[in-house]
Design a protein around this ligand. Sequence first.
Ligand code: OGA
Ligand code: MN
Length: 667
Amino acid sequence: MTSIHPGNLHGTGDRTNKSRYHYARQRVQEAQKSKMEESDGARREETARKQTNNGLIVILILMIVLTWGIAATAYFGVIDYKGLVVRGSRIKVTDAAGYASALYPFQYDSARHPLKAIGKFLTSIDDYITNFLFSSEVSTNSLKKHRPIVRTIPLNKESNIVKRDTSKSESVVSDDPNPTKKPAEEKDVAKASDPSNDKDKPRKAKSPQPKQPKDSSTKKTKQETVKTNESTKKKKPSTVSEEDKKILNKLKEGERLLEKKKGTEAWKYFKKLSADYPESPKARFYRGKSEAMVAEQQKSNPMLTQAITTFTEVSEMSNCPKELQKQALIAKGERESFLGRMKPALQTQIELAKLYPKDIGILNKLGVRYLMLGKNTAAKKVYAEVLRLSPNDGFALVHMGFILKNAGEWAESVPYLMRGTESNEQGTQEGKFYFHLGDALYRTNQTKEAEQVYEKAAAKGLFRSKYQRSLYNVDRLRGKPFWTPEEAGVKDYVRRLELNWKLIRDEAMAILNTDTGLFDGESESLRDTGEWKQFPLFQRGRKEEANCRRTPKTCNILERMPNAAGCRRGQVKFSVMMPGTHVWPHTGPTNCRLRMHLGLVIPTTGSGTRLTCAGEMRTWQEGKVWIFDDSFEHEVWQQADSLRLILIVDIWHPDITEHEKKTLTAI
Ligand code: OGA
Ligand code: MN
């Protein structure tokens, strides 16, 4: 299901967030270990003074240990919340392979959200909780106020809605986070919730949306499509148990500290209260709240972990009122997710969904949790269930469409994405949904409709223009399809590449002749027909050492081009394309780079080879460079009789500052 950009061909996918998190944890452990070694070293020092004959050796060992200790401490920083912020962004840079698959073509990815939250984008868990689920990554395009959608697209009239099958209702919350794939059944599930027919039906009367706790990111704004939920506004379920009733005044007193954001005071207060009244779920819940508040205020990871433990305890108390259990689990899950603990966060959400199997907000979030772990099949079941309960739910519609589109079911995905985006509900106005909707329309021969979708998303500020649909953008940058070397500030690079083009070609041809298997096949589902392979030399500012050993001269030349070799939002790669290849119109992930193409082997037989960018057509020439901005839509044909070979060299956009070159997340 994961499709990736040509630039991300190496080692993507398997570095999940889990391994990333483990990696971080491992490093924390290493750092801690080194600290222990340090004090161990201090003891040795004393011994060394006494035993003079071993002195030199001991001092030497001591120095090594201390050096490592100091270096590790300096590198990892303080081992707490702040430390994780630093490490989080470090991992993003160094562990680029896994990260980039998060970005394009705009997948839900395990790696993306937690790192984003931990990294530079959001520093507050409150922001994280309210924003992360619904926000685009570097959405520098400020979202304009949504206009009402004028155009409606006729949908398939055939009804596929099936009757409620209670035996299925629990299936979405199966404990098995790895449900076995049952293709036949999946089709049924998809059909069961096909929303294509209920467009014209009157909307079902629904009970009002329950009041969600503050830290729930499942809130919906649109009352018109209020969901069928177990709890309602009218009758707010109680969170107070019998035990709590005995200490209501005491609870109130502490609540005031929380309201005043006096984290430490509240924590001390509730720590004592929950110790004095261990049977009070509410006292314990507030203890968790205060711990979470302290964690936030002091940026302390241990405290955040403590809050998670406390919320777990609350949820496990046998006398915990259901509503309080819900709030505790929601609070727990959000914090697990914030820390990048996606599997526990999923388990927590499964628990919640078991308690509230018809709560749309909870189910929608469950789907996201599955998606973030790459479990699209499980997510699909969840959204099918939501759509069975509430066929017009915009959030579920866009997500179901997203899943179908990424599974290659273009035609099936269209009505979901269409109706989901048209709902304007919270969580539906994301570039990636319009991106996939347009793409699905285009690939199913609905090119006019695709264009309208792109125009609409551009008008909403989700794309920079109907042609420039990258989603990881810096707003300030100039954008146009083709650039001259002067404009791009790379006259010298172009000269050097053109001077050395034969040498570069020969190195590439040598590896092609050795073994075409050295080239990576295109697996981004950008290809309509044919064969297209690539051989990366630099990715996200890092040298592909093994590949460069095969093309040392080319890499040598490139190493003297820091804006290319060091372009952390781009790649350098050979691209070989066989006759009969057509690449669907597509857009790169970011506007921060420009793309140079150096023609190496360019056949002119048959109908030749060409690239069209934003409606402008170009053909390559051997030994010549052209520069375009791949954040603009482009499409490629290879209709010659023999292979075509080019070198693709990404460079930082000339408007990108030196600071941005260092700090923008790698792509
Ligand atoms: C690109 C691209 C196609 C090719 O460089 O972005 O789509 O022919 N290239 O290699
Ligand atoms: Mn491209």
